[in-house]
Write a protein that binds this ligand. Structure first.
Ligand code: NI
Length: 169
């Protein structure tokens, strides 16, 4: 089922998500729906708060559904190591049309639980590292506009307000 993606400034996007404690069929259905929603929106990652669910869960698929092995689920994820720096353009499904460069760590190592509650560790570099940091930020109520420079953030917020006035946001 394709879920509705909420847009900024929906309050749920700015709230830290609750830890996931039940690894049941309902959770697996939410994960399947989140992948379907990501593909339908041509995204590469989606966090539960973006579909109005304030929980620490995110899905990532850099292949956008083309490679089954690229379907990644991260529950209660934490960044345990980060190193280096990258400065690349990012977008977010909760900010349609907005693309701006954001500073992120070049590499991260994360610890998370899978859909059955099993803990695992994973390293990510480049796009995967960026995507992991962006999605884990969502679980902390942190949005990518607040990772932009103050100047770019102000311009972006002004653009959003203009679109809101015109009814195109
Ligand atoms: Ni996002």
């Amino acid at each position: 089922m394709i879920l509705k993606i909420v847009k900024y400034p929906e309050p749920v996007l700015s709230q830290p998500g609750e830890p996931v404690t039940e690894f049941n069929a309902e959770l697996r259905k939410l994960i399947a729906d989140m992948f379907e929603t990501t593909y339908a929106s041509q995204g590469i990652g989606l966090a539960a708060p973006q579909v109005g669910v304030s929980k620490r869960l995110t899905v990532i698929d850099l292949s956008m559904g083309k490679e089954p092995k690229d379907k990644l689920v991260f529950i209660n994820p934490e960044i345990i190591l980060s190193e280096g720096k990258q400065y690349e353009e990012e977008g977010c499904l909760s900010f349609p049309e907005i693309h701006e460069k954001v500073v992120r760590a070049a590499k991260v190592c994360i610890r998370a639980q899978d859909a059955h509650g099993k803990w695992f560790e994973m390293d990510g570099a480049e796009l995967l590292a960026r995507c992991l940091q962006h999605e884990i930020d969502h679980l902390d109520g942190m949005l990518f506009i607040f990772r932009m420079s103050a100047l770019k953030r102000d311009l972006t917020l002004r653009r959003i307000r203009k679109m809101q006035r015109e009814g195109t946001w």
